[in-house]
Design a protein around this ligand. Structure first.
Ligand code: APR
Length: 252
C-alpha cells in the first residue's frame, strides 16, 4: 500500500514517536491474536476461566497449563519484519517509546530496548501471596514461592487487575509528550491501553493506526493505514531512508 508522503515527512521530522502495539504485530510470527472471529484465542477459550484472579483461585493448574501452552507457542516462533522495523524506526528518530500490550517478548527478541510492557510478560512469575517476583526451580505443575510457600502465578496482567505502576506512568507520560502516536495491531478495545491515544491527541500529536481491519479509532486518527504491520512498517523505514537529504538536514 502506498504510504502518504505527508505521513513519512511527519515521522521524519518528529522529535518523539510513541508506539503502542497489540497482538496484531505478532500475528505474522504465528502468535494468535485475541479477538479475531475465527482465529482469536478468545473465540476458542473463555477469558473468564483463564485470565482473571478468580480463575486462578478456582483452578490454578488449568491456568498454568494455558500459560505453559502459550509459552511453548511463543518459544517456537520468531520476531517478524514488523518487530524488526520498529527497531529500525527507533534508530531513525530522536526518541521513540515503545509500549506493548503483548506479553510475548518478541519486541525484545527483535532488538527493541526499554520496551514498556503494559500487560506484563509471559515468562515472568510472581507469588500470588507475597507479590514478590520469584521462580520455583522444582518445575512442578503448581510452582511455589521459595520465600513464603504461596502459589506462583504468571507475571501478566489479568482482566480486572491494575497495570504495573511504572509501565502506566511511563506510557501515559510518553503519549502526552509525543509528536506522533502510532497504534499498531491492536483492536483498541482494552483500557487503559486504548486510552493512551487520547492523551496523545490532546497534545496535538499526529495519530496513526496500522491495522488491516480498521478499528473504532480509525475515524478519529489522522492516518488509518489498512495494512499488515509486517508489510507496512518495513515500507515506512524504506520511505524514511529515501527522503531527500535536505529534509533530514532541516531537522538537525
Ligand atoms: N498487522 C496489524 N494488525 C493486525 C494484523 C497484522 N498482520 N493481524 C491482525 N491485526 C489486528 C486485528 O485486526 C485486530 O484489530 O490486530 C488486532 C488484534 O486485536 P486483539 O486480538 O483484540 O489484541 P489486542 O488489541 O492486543 O488485545 C488487547 O486484550 O485479552 C487482552 O491482554 C490481552 O493484551 C491483550 C489485550
Amino acid at each position: 500500500m502506498p504510504l502518504p508522503d505527508s505521513l513519512v515527512d511527519t515521522i521524519g521530522r518528529a522529535g518523539h514517536v510513541c508506539v503502542l502495539t497489540g497482538a496484531g504485530i505478532s500475528a505474522e510470527s504465528g502468535v494468535p491474536t485475541f479477538r479475531e472471529a475465527q482465529s482469536g484465542l478468545w473465540a476458542e477459550y473463555d477469558p473468564l476461566k483463564l485470565a482473571t484472579p478468580d480463575a486462578f483461585e478456582r483452578d490454578p493448574a488449568l491456568v498454568w497449563r494455558w500459560y505453559r501452552w502459550r509459552r511453548a507457542l511463543v518459544e517456537g516462533v520468531e520476531p517478524n519484519a514488523g518487530h524488526r522495523a520498529l527497531v529500525g524506526l527507533a534508530r531513525r528518530v530522536p526518541r521513540l517509546t515503545l509500549v506493548t500490550q503483548n506479553v510475548d517478548g518478541l519486541h525484545q527478541r527483535a532488538g527493541s530496548e526499554a520496551v514498556v510492557e503494559f500487560h506484563g510478560n509471559l515468562f515472568a512469575e510472581r507469588c500470588s501471596d507475597c507479590e514478590q517476583p520469584a521462580s520455583d526451580p522444582s518445575v512442578s505443575e503448581l510452582p511455589r514461592c521459595p520465600a513464603c510457600g504461596g502459589l506462583l502465578r504468571p507475571g501478566v496482567v489479568w482482566f480486572g487487575e491494575s497495570i504495573p505502576a511504572t509501565a502506566l506512568e511511563t506510557a501515559v507520560a510518553a503519549a502526552a509528550n509525543c509528536d506522533v502516536f502510532l497504534s499498531v495491531g491492536t483492536s483498541s478495545l482494552v483500557y487503559p491501553a486504548a486510552g493512551l491515544i487520547h492523551a496523545a491527541r490532546e497534545v496535538g500529536a499526529v495519530c496513526v493506526e496500522i491495522n488491516p481491519n480498521p478499528t473504532g479509532q480509525a475515524r478519529t486518527s489522522d492516518f488509518a493505514l489498512a495494512a499488515k504491520s509486517g508489510e507496512l512498517l518495513p515500507e515506512l523505514i524504506k520511505a524514511l531512508d529515501a527522503r531527500p537529504m535536505n529534509t533530514i538536514a532541516e531537522k538537525r
